[in-house]
Ligand binder design. Structure first.
Ligand code: 5AD
Ligand code: SF4
Length: 431
């Protein structure tokens, strides 16, 4: 630890996916290890970091407007340093420099370990490839003391035609299994109950072992719960499905982004599977893993999506009956293949299509949740409910939010809970 009389402080804004949430845990830990302290608010921080998301225009706009407000802090106190990290940093470094000349540092997702030097260096842009990323070790300050994210691979090679991620996070590279396993053993020793293995496409994990072998090794460590995100339907193999069924700690939940129910659109998205093959995998998963919850992502309004394609998505959603769905309006991302496609869909049509889809899914989710009424679920407690401190909130193995009366159980407690009422986004339970 560096000892200084007046401790320098930092504040991190985090946007986007779990990778980003976890990257922020890495930056936080790295900075604390270097002797800096987290500030309560950006107003009092010496360094403000934006960990940004570029997946859709909206996420990017949210960041730029927050960044704009920071300009005034810097005007009041020119000593403040401002850093932009993450996916927008990688993708739009020039735009950031142009729109916000007061930004001091631009750090791509492969360069976040450099945060520890930022207090000592002048303006810098670090967006180069980090060939050592798979063996990069980070100090981490995890948000939770019971559930942990563990990176198993970085980057993405899929190049779905709508997606910016391969450009911001680079090519796929897997961490050696030995460092993943020792990180998880250490978590177990420190009392963690659940890990989520993280990667853009975990099914294509490959180092000295493949993903199935890695899961068996992780299973042997003996944590209560193991999850993983995200899976690509093309790469989800029968042997992985069997592995999920075989290892008792692997939770009965799979997030499996479908994106569209139309083969024509799937092809134009470069997804490399058909709806029929997706459906077949879902049937196999449900057959081998009783009680499994399956959730998905859908994009509506992809360029050239006709009414008939959209209706195929509606039919798919109804046929599969997902436990949950994240629905998005297609957002044009510069540099991707779909950016230049003809037949971009007008915003109002995208909105109408999305709203109808979300409504349909709401009913399906409620129906799926109702089927759990009367059942007993194992709940891992996360803490008091945000809206009502007399209630505790936890999660089932199927990743459903369950609320119970707060009798003082702490984060990390495991309880058996009887579900007495299903809601759209959660379940009410009793011990
Ligand atoms: N527009 C809208 N949604 C997108 N996603 C990825 N790229 C885009 C885009 N350009 C969605 C996909 C993915 C989820 C993380 O975000 O559904 O699965
Ligand atoms: Fe995560 Fe993708 Fe957003 Fe990057 S662009 S933060 S990888 S969702």
């Amino acid at each position: 630890m560096v000892n200084s009389i007046v401790e320098k402080t930092f504040y991190i804004y985090t946007y986007g996916c779990q990778m980003n949430v976890h990257d922020s845990e890495k930056m936080l830990g790295t900075l604390e290890e270097a002797g800096y302290a987290a500030a309560e608010s950006p107003d009092s921080a010496d360094l403000i970091i934006f960990n940004t998301c570029a997946i859709r225009a909206k996420a990017e706009q949210k960041f730029f407007s927050q960044l704009g407000r920071t300009k005034f802090l810097k005007r009041k106190n020119p000593q403040i340093k401002i850093a932009v990290a993450g996916c927008v940093a990688q993708e739009s470094k020039d735009e950031i420099r142009k729109r916000a000349p007061y930004v001091d540092f631009v750090l791509g997702p492969q360069n976040i370990h450099h945060v520890k030097n930022l207090f000592h260096v002048p303006k810098q842009t670090l967006v180069g490839e980090n060939p050592g990323i798979s063996t990069q070790e980070y100090e981490m300050r995890r948000q939770s003391s019971s559930r942990a994210w563990v990176s198993i691979m970085y980057g993405c090679n899929n190049f779905c035609s709508y997606c910016i991620v391969p450009y911001t996070r680079g090519r796929e590279i897997s961490r050696p299994s030995s460092s993943i396993l020792s990180e998880i053993r250490d978590l177990r020793e420190r009392g963690y109950r659940e890990v989520t293995l993280l990667g853009q496409n975990v099914n294509s994990y490959r180092s000295d072992v493949d993903f199935v072998q890695l899961l068996y090794e992780v299973g042997r460590i003996g944590l209560d719960r193991v999850r993983f995100v995200t899976s690509h339907p093309r790469d989800l193999s029968p042997s992985l499905i069997q592995t999920m069924a075989d290892i008792s700690s692997v939770c009965e939940h799979l997030h499996l982004p479908l994106q569209s129910g139309s083969d024509r659109v799937l092809e134009r998205m470069n997804r490399k599977y058909t709806y029929a093959s997706y459906r077949e995998k879902v049937l196999m998963i449900r057959e081998r893993i009783p009680g499994v919850a399956i959730t998905t992502d859908i994009i509506v309004g992809f360029p050239g999506e006709r009414d008939r394609d959209y209706e195929a998505t509606v039919d798919a959603i109804e046929e599969i009956g997902f436990d949950g769905m994240f629905g998005f309006k297609y957002s044009k991302r510069k540099g991707t293949k779909a950016f230049g496609m003809e037949d971009q869909i007008p915003e109002d049509i995208k909105a109408t299509r999305l709203n109808r889809l979300l409504r349909i899914q709401e009913d399906i989710t409620l129906r799926r949740n109702r089927s759990l009424e009367g059942s007993v679920q194992e709940i891992l407690i996360e803490g008091p409910s945000e809206t009502d401190h007399d209630m505790l909130m936890g999660r089932s193995r199927t990743n459903k939010i369950v609320t119970i009366r707060n009798d003082g159980e702490q984060e990390g407690a495991m309880l058996s809970v009887k579900i007495h009422r299903a809601r759209h986004h959660s379940l009410d339970g009793r011990k």
